[in-house]
Design a protein around this ligand. Structure first.
Ligand code: URA
Length: 218
């Protein structure tokens, strides 16, 4: 896909998201939040769902959690414009409640298509709803800071997934601020590992196996 084709394909998904009425969240939104970022990026960040500020502006992570996310990215010298940021559900759950399973299921095809188009090397999940989309059954207390192969059926056909706490969790539990910064420091190495695996696969070689730290093992 050329960069122009990729941008057009992402715009087409965004247009569908803005018109979507597949679940009850459409009834309460000011506007949907399809996601944004560099269409040529190798890295996709996936949050949970828009909050109040995102619902008003139509952009992901523009409130307090977004401020801390920017701070976390700066720990590794990255900027939000260089990655793609989206959410599991694209419309704000009322009162910022957790998204319901049927709402997540209704919205899943949009995230899958975004990932198919972007073909990232790395997906960073923010919070447990996002993590469980890629690592079903994982527990955030054990999985945070670890990376694993992405199930290709998620749309990320050749990627690793890095699990992180949701930035807003640090507002409830101050100690997580430091934990999240430490977890973020592991992200460039996960990207490097994924790049290596992708290069090996595209050269037709079996990837050198990377020892997995299973999240079940703790
Ligand atoms: N929290 C999320 O999970 N996503 C946003 O876009 C904003 C806050």
């Amino acid at each position: 896909m050329t960069p122009d084709e990729r941008r057009a394909a992402l715009d087409a998904v965004a247009t569908e998201v803005r018109d979507c009425r597949r679940c009850r969240l459409a009834g309460g939104r000011t506007q949907a939040v399809p996601g944004e970022g560099d269409p040529e990026t190798e890295v996709v960040l996936v949050g949970e769902g828009p909050g109040q500020n995102e619902d008003l502006q139509g952009r992901p992570f523009v409130g307090a959690a977004g401020g801390f996310l920017g701070e976390l990215l700066s720990v590794i010298g990255w900027r939000r414009e260089e990655v793609f940021i989206t959410n599991v559900v694209k419309c704000r759950p009322p009162g910022n409640r957790d998204p319901e399973p049927d709402e997540i299921a209704a919205c899943a095809p949009f995230l899958r298509r975004q990932l198919e188009i972007l073909d990232p090397a790395l997906v960073v999940t923010l919070g447990r709803y996002s993590m469980n989309t890629f690592l079903p059954g994982a527990r955030i207390g054990q999985a945070h800071g670890t990376d694993h192969p992405a199930p290709p059926e998620t749309g990320a056909r050749d990627a690793r997934v890095c699990a992180m706490y949701h930035p807003a969790a640090a507002f409830r539990q101050g100690g997580l601020r430091q934990t999240m910064k430490v977890d973020m420091l592991a992200v460039p190495a996960a990207l490097a590992r994924s790049r290596r695996e992708r290069a090996e696969r595209s050269a037709g070689a079996a990837p050198v196996s990377v020892p997995e730290r299973g999240w079940e093992a703790g």
